[in-house]
Ligand binder design. Structure first.
Ligand SMILES: Cc1cc2nc3c(=O)[nH]c(=O)nc-3n(C[C@H](O)[C@H](O)[C@H](O)COP(=O)(O)O)c2cc1C
Length: 302
């Protein structure tokens, strides 16, 4: 059997799949269910310094080939979430997704998460629907670099920077993150989007604008990973529209060392992990490779 274990920014994963931030990762028991279902690592819902209620409903709308969501980062705050991190710790790496309204706030949340057991932190510098945080910090290379440097100073665990596709030049943002000390990049978060109800003539989401996820965004995410891989050395985690093993393999060929799965878990359930892992393994064997690492970035080399 080919090897499908990967090492990523010092984290050891038994396979290259991870639960994406925000989908199911709201409690220790849900995180553990993703692990039991076969995820090689799990990412929590994005957590901030203070509790947040999020936006009123509707917060999610189904569209052809995806979802548009504007949840508004609801979360109980890092103090309250600490026991979930402690309880979720176990068989696979747990990566705590953090957001904040300043580099100081992000550093505080990240260091509190690490103190209670996070194996790594993922900086959400890419949420497209909350003012003053997320993509507002991640769309400007200078602002992003300041945040990454501050968090790097505050914690001694790997830092993943989650990138927004809602920029003109995603490579410039990726390079700024790498130069500021990021250990890995996650590409991508949702694509800014909206939907209008033609009967009422009103925007469907309470926040009007949200982020598109699911198969609709996969080609955008593949392009981002492919472009970033050409210019940065740190590992990339591919994310966006992965539903089948073929999607996952496409990301690996584009240059991702691992993949995250969100919408497919929400729409199809946790079984997607097992079938994607099995499919990656048989693809690698069928093509005659000894390890999944041999296909990372392969499409650049042919
Ligand atoms: C309902 C929902 C909630 C999400 N919440 C977060 C979040 O809290 N933090 C974050 O960084 N990304 C969040 N995301 C984005 C996903 O982690 C992922 O980047 C995006 O959905 C693309 O992957 P997918 O097509 O596999 O879902 C959320 C996505 C969805 C659909």
């Amino acid at each position: 059997m080919p090897k499908i274990a990967v090492e990523l920014a010092g984290l050891k994963l038994s396979n290259p799949t991870m639960l994406a931030a925000g989908v199911l990762g709201t409690s220790a028991s849900l995180l553990r269910r993703a692990v039991e279902a076969g995820a090689g690592a799990v990412v929590t819902k994005s957590i901030g310094l203070e509790p947040r209620v999020g936006y009123p409903n509707p917060t999610v709308v189904r569209v052809p080939y995806g979802l548009i969501n504007a949840l508004g980062l609801p979360n109980p705050g890092v103090k309250e979430f600490a026991h979930e991190i402690r309880e979720a710790k176990g068989a696979v790496p747990i990566i705590v997704s953090v957001y904040g309204f300043s580099s100081d706030e992000l550093s505080k949340v990240a260091s509190m998460a690490v103190d209670v057991g996070a194996d790594a932190v993922e900086l959400n510098l890419s949420c497209p629907h909350v003012k003053g945080t997320g993509s507002e910090l991640g769309q400007d290379p200078k602002v992003l670099a300041d945040v990454v440097m501050a968090v790097k100073d505050a914690v001694n665990k790997p830092i993943f920077v989650k990138l927004t596709p809602n920029v003109t030049d995603v490579v410039a943002i990726a390079k700024a993150a790498e130069e500021a000390g990021a250990d890995a990049l996650t590409a991508i978060n949702t694509v800014k989007a909206m939907a209008i109800d033609v009967e009422t003539a009103r925007p469907i989401l309470a926040n009007k604008i949200g982020g598109l996820s699911g198969p609709a965004i996969k080609p955008i995410a593949i392009r981002c990973v492919y472009e970033i891989y050409e210019k940065v050395e740190i590992p990339i985690v591919g994310c966006g529209g992965i539903t089948t093993w073929r999607d996952a393999v496409e990301f690996l060929l584009a240059g991702a060392s691992a993949v995250q799965i969100g919408t497919a878990v929400a729409l199809r359930g946790l079984d997607v992990f097992r079938s994607i892992v099995k499919g990656i393994e048989s693809y690698v064997r069928r093509k005659g490779f000894r390890s999944v690492k041999e296909i990372v970035g392969l499409s650049h080399k042919l």
